[in-house]
Design a protein around this ligand. Structure first.
Ligand code: KIV
Length: 271
């Protein structure tokens, strides 16, 4: 399917219509201006400035260390590079869990200082009050259920969530609560495909899956994983479209060779 270039800017309303007509939503993460311009040109519907920046950009083991200031810095570049995509920014760990006022202040900082179009936060019924307060201020909110990486020390593992009935039932209750609170979409991360299909059918807002099977209303991947920049990371749900690790490695090796051999710069490459 070709990208609709007539659309000036994707909105939450357009995402809702896409669900209604069965058109899948394509979302990828982005953390800087250059990548955002490429992904926006490609026609991505949504760019997520994910707190996975903590892993893939900063080299941390988890998403917990990244700060609100750092998220805003990443978001500013992405917003400058995206003229069509809807840009959503993760509220980082510690910027919204305290209380709904703190959550609202963090969301306002992201919107004001980066120019993003919405925020995402992790959790179900326990974050509903914060979600309502943020939405009341006019800020679109995307939810995130299933494997929520900011709770990794509670889970103890990055394995598939909601395999047992109790956790699956909580997820079913949570997604309804997020919809009722006014979320415009919900990310479902690493849950059984059957459960994702069931909860997607139970709500009128779009679900965006990562490791949640084909029946979500859209899909998201961490861009660094999907372009093969993250060496050795190949979970079952990941499709790697290009191997940039090897491409950049050979380019860097060729450059080193040319410099050492005094072959770069040549006569045409100087003033
Ligand atoms: O931070 C992130 O990249 C995310 C996606 C995995 C959905 O939240």
């Amino acid at each position: 399917m070709s990208v609709n270039k007539e659309i000036k800017r994707i909105t939450t309303h357009i995402l809702q219509e896409m669900k209604q007509r069965g058109e899948k939503i394509a979302m990828l993460t982005a953390y800087d201006y250059s990548m955002a311009t490429i992904l926006d040109d490609a026609g991505l519907d949504v760019l997520l400035v994910g707190d996975s920046a903590s892993n893939v950009m900063a080299g941390h083991e988890t998403t917990l260390p990244i700060t609100l200031d750092q998220m805003i810095y990443h978001a500013q570049g992405v917003v400058r590079g995206a003229s069509r995509a809807f840009v959503v920014v993760d509220l980082p760990f510690g910027s919204y869990q305290g209380n709904s006022k703190e959550a609202l202040n963090s969301a306002i900082r992201i919107m004001k200082e980066s120019g993003a179009h919405g925020v995402k936060l992790e959790g179900g019924v326990e974050v509903v009050e914060s979600i309502q307060r943020i939405i009341t201020a006019g800020i679109p909110v995307m939810g995130h259920l299933g494997l929520t990486p900011q709770s990794i020390y509670k889970f103890g593992t990055y394995t598939v969530r909601a395999k047992d009935e109790e956790e699956a039932n909580k997820l079913k209750t949570d997604i309804i609560a997020l919809q009722d609170a006014g979320c415009f979409a919900v990310v479902l991360e690493k849950i059984p495909a059957k459960l994702a299909k069931e909860v997607t059918a139970s709500v009128s807002i779009p679900t965006i899956g990562i490791g949640a099977g084909p029946n979500c209303d859209g899909q998201v991947l961490v861009v660094n994983d999907m372009i093969g920049l993250t060496k050795g990371f190949k979970p079952r749900f990941l499709r790697q479209y290009v191997n940039l690790y090897d491409g950049i490695l050979s380019a860097a090796q060729a450059y080193i060779k040319d410099v050492k051999a005094k072959d770069f710069p040549n006569e045409k490459e100087q003033y």
